[in-house]
Design a protein around this ligand. Structure first.
Ligand code: C5P
Length: 321
């Protein structure tokens, strides 16, 4: 086929622990180096629709219905197509250039991995369109060269992510947990800023040996047990995100969203990734709608977006399948 449409789901972080500097990184200790993380990532039904199409020219083109999304080679989805062109030059010449069309539903600068989800969809879509037959792990390895969240976005569901976030171990599916998301439209948070600020404030406490690093990684054990037992109450109680320590004091509006969620009838609330989205877990869709309308009346801000969604058990997948 000459064209594939893919659903590219967003993610939330049920758990994000910054363990320290990434020990195997050559950039270790430098202010632009990556961090060793332990995360539990969860796909949600809020998703973009990404279409890849073979075109007669030898170019990569990108269109998006949201003008705030860069439509040039700085877009991660464009970079994904360029990466595939570089890795499989024969396929690129055989099928011609690629047109990428993104219908944006995931907010940007939100901590929901929208850009990574789009890049993941391009990698999966080109694998199909060019009949490459790559394995999930080969697709993930390609994605990891572009961004830490891309390997998860390819497989999705519920997963433990370690290393800089690119090493993925699937966890049992957690269907049926409903989610309310809240994000101010013009309030993006820069991920590099959040990690850099965390290093400035907490770098002195990072473990200095890989043994200490291993000990710290065990903190996620409670969350993993709660997931194994499908214990929603416990999962909600153990939600954790180290980046809240730097983002919430800097962005009082985000803190206010979190405080308000906390005061409502929710299982638990947390900022996702580096923000600025705050999510709340709730037991039913009725409760989710109720919480959403209570948030709407509490803030009355026209630039506050609210969504009701729920966990989903897959990453990038073909539309209409
Ligand atoms: O991999 P990604 O492009 O999503 O990372 C964005 C930025 O977030 C990195 O440039 C780095 O500053 C920071 N980061 C980090 N440690 C990680 C992942 C991201 O410090 N494990």
């Amino acid at each position: 086929m000459r064209s594939y449409s893919l659903i590219a789901p967003a993610k939330i972080n049920l758990y994000l622990q910054i363990v320290g500097d990434l020990f195997e990184s050559p950039a270790r200790g430098r202010s632009d180096g990556f961090h060793e993380l332990v995360m539990v990532l969860q796909s949600i039904e809020l998703a973009d629709l990404v279409t890849v199409r073979a075109i007669g020219t030898d170019q990569i083109q990108l269109h998006c219905d949201n003008a705030e999304v860069p439509q040039d080679q700085t877009n991660l989805a464009y970079k994904a197509a360029a990466l595939m062109q570089q890795a499989f030059p024969d396929s690129f010449s055989k099928y011609g250039g690629v047109e990428i069309t993104i219908q944006k539903r995931i907010p940007i600068g939100a901590g929901l991995a929208g850009g990574s989800a789009n890049a993941a969809a391009v990698i999966v879509g080109l694998d199909l369109m060019w009949s490459l037959g790559l394995t999930q792990s080969e697709l993930q390895d390609l994605g990891a060269t572009l961004g830490s969240d891309i390997p998860f976005c390819i497989t999705g569901g519920t997963a433990l992510a370690t290393g800089r976030g690119e090493k993925i171990d699937p966890l049992p599916d957690l269907n049926h947990i409903h989610v309310v998301l809240a994000k101010y439209q013009n309030l993006p948070v820069s991920t590099p800023w959040a990690y850099k600020t965390y290093r400035q404030q907490f770098g002195a406490t990072y473990p200095r040996s890989s043994g200490d690093l291993e000990v710290r990684k065990k903190h996620a054990g409670g969350m993993l047990a709660a997931i194994a037992h499908q214990d929603q109450t416990q999962i909600a109680k153990l939600l954790h995100n180290d980046l809240e320590k730097v983002v919430l004091p800097e962005y009082p509006q985000v803190q206010a969203l979190r405080d308000r969620f906390q005061s409502l009838n929710v299982l638990g609330t947390m900022m996702s990734g580096s923000g600025s989205t705050v999510f709340a877990l709730v037991e039913s869709v009725e409760q989710a709608e109720q919480v959403k309308s209570e948030m709407r009346s509490a803030f009355l801000a026209p630039d506050l977006d609210l969504w009701v969604t729920k966990f989903c058990s897959s990453g990038v997948r073909l539309a209409n399948h």
